[in-house]
Design a protein around this ligand. Sequence first.
Ligand code: ATP
Ligand code: MG
Length: 252
Amino acid sequence: MELHCFKKLLPLQVRTQLANQFKSLRKTVACLTNVNKFYGEGSVQVKALDNLNLEVFQGDYLAVMGASGSGKSTAMNILGCLDRPTNGTYKLNGTAVEKLDDDMLADIRNKELGFVFQQFHLLQEISALENVMLPMIYACVPSIERENRAKEALNKVGLGNRMTNLPNQLSGGQQQRVAIARAIINQPSLLLADEPTGALDSKTTEDVLNLFDQLHHQGITIVLVTHEDNVAQRAKKIARFRDGKVVEISQN
Ligand SMILES: Nc1ncnc2c1ncn2[C@@H]1O[C@H](COP(=O)(O)OP(=O)(O)OP(=O)(O)O)[C@@H](O)[C@H]1O
Ligand SMILES: [Mg+2]
């Protein structure tokens, strides 16, 4: 009998216990606890995050949704160590990030985190290959290995024949695939994507989502912000933000 059929026969209480036990076996990659983030001061102060709690487990593929201004990018920037909480704790693979100095943060960003943004953020004056090699320079990977790994990554995202092109010689979807190759080149424990398909047409969106599916199946932990239901449906879980906190987490 298929496992899922077997599970349906179990009483709810037993299923819940099993689910909780399974959950406790999964490693927590990122954990935000009671995180607040304020921008500005006095009468112009904005509370972007309001006692936010969010746990990301190894192998998760989590979509983050919510109205504009609900704090999604602020949370992503904190998860990605691009910004710090005003207060509260952020643990990345068990390390309390708020205790690290700027150099240590830069190191952790390079080794543990990969980013994909709506506007790609590739360096315009260097080739696709050089863009993908860049994070390995900061990680002190020897040059031959840098080039080999970058070529392999670009082949994997289907751009083996466009490696020497500058970003502006590539389509939006191709640029985003270069950005994804760059984001995963140091095998990060967490891949963060803030509206990665926001600037893409539907065909190119599909290509990029197929790539995220592949990465998820390879075991990469993904958190992806989107406004689009069809994009969120491709993830395994959806966290809904409202007014700087998570108001619902659902399984797909
Ligand atoms: N650097 C900043 N300075 C001041 N206020 C900011 C700053 N960044 C964000 N905010 C404010 O914090 C709140 C949350 O912004 P955030 O960018 O996290 O929202 P979001 O959910 O990502 O929205 P969108 O879907 O439009 O991208 C908003 O009210 C925004 O105006
Ligand atoms: Mg945003």
